[in-house]
Ligand binder design. Sequence first.
Ligand code: AMP
Ligand code: MG
Length: 412
Amino acid sequence: MPTGDRLLPPHEALEIILRHVRPLPVEQVPLEEAGDRVLAEPLIADRDLPPFPAATMDGFAVIAGDVSPWREIIGEQFAGSQTSVEVTPGTAVRITTGAPLPPGADAVVPVENTELRDDHVVIHQEHVEVGENVRPVGADLRKDQVLVEAGTPIGPAEIGLLASLGQVDVPVFRRPRVSVLSTGDELVDPSEEPGPGQIRDSNRFSLVVAARRAGADVVWSGRGPDDPAALRRLLEERIADSDIVLTSGGVSVGEKDFVKEILDDLGTVHFRRLFMKPGKPLNFATVGDTLVFGLPGNPVSALVGFEVFVNAALRVMAGRRDVQPRPVPVVLTHDVPSGDRLEFQRGLVWADESGVLHARNTGPQASARLLSLVGANAFILIPPRETPYRAGERVMAVIRGPIGPAPESPAE
Ligand code: AMP
Ligand code: MG
């Protein structure tokens, strides 16, 4: 469906992107390297855990219904072994946390509630319940239970479960290979002193980190001039070697904006302009199986475009189930002028004592002002309308970082 030069609403742009992206192939990695990868098959318990009833306290394994005032200590049961000594009425076995309950016993009396007399133990506890201080078989996991769904990133808890089940080879999705290309004759490297009319290339560094955070393997990053032949060569090379190519700059309608026509020639450009602010010029193209995002040059526009569109594509490729964040309602703490496109204001969101989320923006919202993204834990979504938005009004926000306490200056 050609979208022409219509300004495309972001949700339609996302639908188009998601139609062109598939999860990457599955590969096996050693358990040690599985952290932060995305699990490609559900993790299913192959046994009950714990496999034996286990003590949850240090103390004495006893029979709960036994009313003997004191018990003979007939053995010891430490974690990591299994005694065959059987607990009978009038006897107890000394036990440590995590150790299997000896035969005959059905409860553990904590050591704090006991007193030693020679080779006997006196129980100072009026009533002992069956199963007290015992973790029954399967209390933690049940055989055949789905523990972790496919498509889940492997964090500390998930890798712990993989280890517990002895899964030393882990099926994960291949990581997306990403290249990052900054374009613009005005750009110099950060180590260089900009001459007249020059600026340092910042987008390359921002986009490399953003891509890595999204789970990508950044295989190349560099800079290219505003020269069609040179850009075309660079793009062809990068496309051959990448699942996703990110360019920044050169996608507007200036004399030196060549990215779109090169992409048109190499593959299919699916859209080029969006009904959003910042980030109106944004090209999305496919060349074979490779996705190319021609992001705008302005640093904020490039990063907002990345978060809204590239992130979703990377997550699908990486096999993740949670592809898009769900916006939440927030209450504005100051007036916000309305515009003619859906605006992604960089904002700070915090919760009050009753859990209501409040929001303010991070000051001037110019699309070159990278500082507006520093400390921004949300994008406040401001739909176009005639009248300004007022303090106290409810709008939606996309949460992009941890929610902390109220800021000291609620409005700027
Ligand atoms: P363009 O989209 O090429 O017209 O660039 C828009 C604005 O973003 C211009 O002010 C550029 O100088 C600036 N810009 C483009 N690329 C970068 C970059 N890699 N790092 C920082 N600023 C950039
Ligand atoms: Mg440019």
